[in-house]
Design a protein around this ligand. Structure first.
Ligand SMILES: O=C(O)c1ccccc1N[C@@H]1O[C@H](COP(=O)(O)O)[C@@H](O)[C@H]1O
Length: 348
C-alpha cells in the first residue's frame, strides 16, 4: 500500500513517517504556509531509505524552477497542482504526479500518475468519492483531499477495487493547529495499512478455498503472514504464496484457476498475478531450506483455514535471509519487520 505523507517540514515528522512505513514523503516547494526550500528538503531527507520516494509539490512554477529544485532536493517525483498540461509535463526530468479535481478532464493525461484531490490542495477538504468512476481511470492514482486517520480506512475500502488505485495521500489530516502531529501520522499510516491488510487477507482466504478445492494447500509467507502471526502492522504490498513443487510445477493449471477468480498474469517469470490493487506472487516452498534454513514441513497449519504459515522463529529466519538477499528491493522494510519480530521474541 502506497502511503504519502505530505507537507513535511521537520526531521521529527519525516522520521515518524518513515518509521511507520510511509512510502512517499511530500514537500511543498511553492508558496504555502508549508513551503520549504529545496536545500531544506535535501537536509531533511539525508539517509532516507532508497525505497522511500521524495516528492516535490509545485503550483504553476516555471520549468527551470522545478528542474532546479529537483536537482538540489534530489526529488524522485514532482507533484503538479496547477494548470500544468502535457506539454509542460513532458519537459519534467522525473516522473510526474498530476493533481486533478475536475475528473472530466482526466483523459488528457498519459504516462503519469494522478492524484485525485479536492479543488484546493492542502486545504483538508474532501471530495465526493462516488463522483469518480473506475472505468474513467486508466492511470495509477493516489487519493488525497481531506483524508484523516479516521476516514482513511473507508477511502482504502472504497477505492480498493479500482484497478489503478495506487495509494493515499494526506497533509492537513495529520496536523494539529497547522503543525504535523506525530501521533496522527502514526495512526494514519497504521489505519491505511490495516485496511489494505484486511483486503489482502480476505483475498488470500478466498484463494485458499479455491486452491483447497483443487487439492492444493498453500503456504502464506511474507508480510501478510507476519502480521497474522505477530499482530503488528507490516504495511503489506502483496500476497506471497508458496506451494509444494508438485503444485507449483503445474503453473498452467494455477493460471486458469487464478483467471477464474478474476486475476491476470502480470509477470510470468516472477509468477505474479494482479486483480485491481491486489497482487499475488507464487513460489516453491521447497526452496525455503536453502534460502533460510527453514524446513517447510515444520510450518504449522493456520486456524483460519486450510493453509500453512511460518511461526515467529521461522519468520525471523526468513527475514534474516531476506535482509541478506541482494535481489530483494525493499530491504529497509524487511529490516524493520525483522527488528520488530526480534523484539517480540525477546519479550516472550
Ligand atoms: O499543502 C499545501 O500547502 C499545498 C499547497 C499547494 C498545493 C498542494 C498542497 N497540498 C497538497 O494537497 C494534497 C491534499 O492535502 P490535504 O490532505 O487535503 O490537506 C496533498 O498532496 C498536499 O500535499
Amino acid at each position: 500500500m502506497n502511503i504519502k505523507i505530505c507537507g513535511l517540514r521537520t526531521k521529527s515528522a519525516v522520521d515518524e513517517a518513515v518509521k511507520n512505513g510511509a512510502t512517499h514523503l511530500g514537500f511543498i516547494l511553492s508558496k504555502s504556509h508549508r513551503q520549504v526550500t529545496p536545500e531544506a528538503v535535501s537536509t531533511l531527507t539525508e539517509n532516507l531509505p532508497k525505497s522511500v520516494k521524495k516528492v516535490g509539490v509545485f503550483v504553476n512554477e516555471s520549468i527551470e524552477f522545478v528542474k532546479n529544485a529537483v536537482a538540489i532536493a534530489g526529488l524522485d517525483l514532482v507533484q503538479l497542482h496547477g494548470d500544468e498540461d502535457m506539454d509542460y509535463i513532458r519537459q519534467m526530468s522525473v516522473p510526474v504526479i498530476k493533481a486533478v479535481s475536475d475528473f472530466a478532464k482526466i483523459a488528457q493525461y498519459e504516462n503519469i500518475m494522478l492524484l485525485l484531490d479536492s479543488p484546493k490542495g492542502g486545504s483538508g477538504q474532501t471530495f465526493d468519492w462516488t463522483s469518480v468512476r473506475a472505468d474513467s481511470l486508466s492511470l495509477p492514482f493516489f487519493v488525497a483531499g481531506g483524508l484523516t486517520p479516521d476516514n482513511v480506512a473507508a477511502a482504502v475500502q472504497h477505492f480498493q477495487d479500482f484497478p489503478h488505485f495506487y495509494g493515499v495521500d494526506v497533509s492537513s489530516g495529520v496536523e494539529t493547529d497547522g503543525v504535523k502531529d506525530l501521533t496522527k501520522i502514526c495512526t494514519f499510516i497504521q489505519n491505511a495499512s490495516l485496511a489494505h491488510y484486511d483486503d489482502l487477507l480476505t483475498a488470500f482466504l478466498t484463494l485458499t478455498q479455491r486452491l483447497n478445492a483443487h487439492g492444493i494447500i498453500p503456504y502464506l509467507m511474507g508480510s501478510v503472514a507476519v502480521q497474522l502471526v505477530a499482530g503488528f502492522s507490516t504495511n503489506p504490498d502483496d500476497i506471497d504464496i508458496q506451494l509444494r513443487q508438485s503444485d507449483f510445477a503445474q503453473f498452467d493449471r494455477l493460471s486458469v484457476l487464478m483467471e477464474d477468480l478474476g486475476y491476470h498474469l502480470i509477470d510470468w517469470h516472477e509468477h505474479k498475478f494482479e486483480k485491481g490493487n491486489i497482487h499475488v506472487g507464487f513460489a516453491n516452498v521447497e526452496t525455503l531450506k536453502n534460502y533460510a534454513n527453514v524446513d517447510f514441513t515444520a510450518l504449522s497449519k493456520s486456524e483460519l483455514g486450510e493453509f500453512y504459515l511460518p511461526n515467529l522463529q521461522q519468520n525471523i529466519k526468513i527475514y534474516e535471509a531476506a535482509t541478506r538477499d541482494n535481489w530483494r528491493n525493499d530491504k529497509y522494510k524487511d529490516k524493520v519487520i525483522l527488528e520488530k519480530l526480534k523484539e517480540l521474541e525477546n519479550d516472550r
